[in-house]
Design a protein around this ligand. Structure first.
Ligand SMILES: [Zn+2]
Length: 116
């Protein structure tokens, strides 16, 4: 099973085809504080407990959720700069209070900008 992007509404999987399209896949950071910020950015809620979704060991995000200038080239590989937080998602987000998030209806996926 190829790794799949953990973002809501994102169909990208870590396959040779998607890599050929220029996508890269990035695991959730290990550092606690940064990991938490990624979790908040992703805004997934566990359907059962309605608590913030906890990324599993294989959880990752594809490069479409980061701005272009948040990458650097390292040994010919695209990697994220240190401390970067994903910011590009296909749903609308409302914030309510500190750390409390509400997921609104997913915004319409814009296919044209999904295939860079
Ligand atoms: Zn993705």
């Amino acid at each position: 099973m190829p790794k799949a992007c953990s973002a809501i509404n994102c169909p990208n999987r870590d396959t040779r085809e998607s890599r050929a399209r220029g996508l890269s896949f990035h695991s959730f950071p290990k550092a606690h504080e940064l990991r938490k910020r990624w979790m908040l950015a992703v805004k997934r809620i566990e359907p059962g407990s309605r608590r913030l979704w906890i990324p599993g060991a294989g959880a990752c995000l594809c490069s479409q959720h980061f701005a272009q200038d948040e990458f650097e080239l390292y040994g010919g590989q695209k990697r994220l700069k240190a401390g970067v937080i994903p910011s590009v998602f296909s749903f609308k987000v409302l914030w309510r209070g500190e750390g409390l998030v509400v997921i609104t209806e997913p915004a319409t996926l814009e296919r044209s900008c999904l295939c860079m």
